[in-house]
Design a protein around this ligand. Structure first.
Ligand SMILES: [Zn+2]
Ligand SMILES: [Zn+2]
Length: 279
């Protein structure tokens, strides 16, 4: 089986109202792209911060600006399609109870947990740039992977999204001098303890980083720790569905991974990885 669970039905831009993107026609475009790529299980996971209910979790100014839509209308819309229902939910330290409440009130098939922010600033957002303060890159990376470890350990999420997102800018931001394995370590420990599925995301290939999330060294440590993997493109457009899965399959094959996680009603099963994919 091939899956693509971490998908967005619209780009991350301000003028992308649900009535234009949460439509049967748009879903059909994603389904057609998935069929073409040999992907059997397709699910959508919109950013939680685009929904008003997310302001119960965090009132960061970026969230205040983004939280326009209704989460229950989104869930209802997705339930009327053949897509699995997911959501991409940020880990907000200290807001675990409120996050748990928001998630438990809806019948998601899975929840993708992510870390974009370290403190008030984001590792992947120019408007809230974590590097703008001239912080030592070792410190930014250390804080990012600590937050990722907490995200894995909090038990609220099924899939750990783009696990080394901190590298998104590639050489466009200062890189730490230490061996990155030292940063991965606390996260791998938390992954092993929690059993959360580690996302292999081809989105990094579309970014300045130019490589899959997680980096090969990080992925190897996850394999050694007995982690399970989930496969996604983090598409924001139909033509990004299954983006460069040929490379993702080579990557997983190189790691000796033969099964991936599939989700329904927040229950997880392992499915054999299919090699049927167009190059
Ligand atoms: Zn994300
Ligand atoms: Zn995403």
């Amino acid at each position: 089986m091939l899956t693509d669970y971490h998908l967005h039905l619209r780009p991350d831009e301000p003028d992308t109202p649900p009535e234009r993107y949460f439509t049967a026609e748009n879903v059909d475009r994603y389904l057609a792209a998935a069929a073409e790529a040999g992907i059997e299980e397709l699910g959508v996971s919109e950013h939680v911060y685009r929904f008003r209910q997310a302001l119960d979790i965090w009132r960061h100014p970026f969230w205040e600006e983004q939280a326009r839509d209704d989460l229950d209308q989104y869930c209802e819309f997705v339930r009327g399609t053949s897509l699995r229902l997911g959501v991409e939910c940020d880990f907000v330290p200290g807001a675990e109870d409120r996050t748990a409440e928001l998630l438990a009130a809806r019948d998601f098939d899975y929840v993708v947990g992510s870390v974009h922010f370290v403190g008030e600033r984001a590792v992947d957002h120019e408007g809230w740039d974590a590097w703008a303060g001239g912080d030592d890159p070792d410190e930014v990376w250390r804080r990012y992977f600590e937050a990722l470890a907490e995200c894995a350990r909090c038990g609220l999420f099924d899939i750990l999204a783009h696990p080394d997102l901190v590298k998104v800018w590639g050489r466009g931001r200062p890189l730490p001098e230490r061996d990155p394995r030292a940063f991965y370590e606390p996260a791998v420990e938390a992954i092993a303890e929690s059993g959360i599925a580690v996302e292999v995301s081809t989105a990094g290939l579309r970014k300045p980083a130019g490589e899959i999330y997680p980096a090969p060294g990080f992925a190897e440590m996850c394999v050694d720790a007995g982690a399970a993997f989930a496969l996604s493109s983090d598409a924001h457009l139909p033509d990004q569905v299954g983006y460069r899965y040929d490379l993702a399959l080579d990557f997983l094959d190189g790691l000796g991974v033969t099964e991936i996680c599939a989700f329904e009603g927040r229950a997880r099963r392992l499915e054999p990885l299919s090699a049927r994919i167009r190059e």
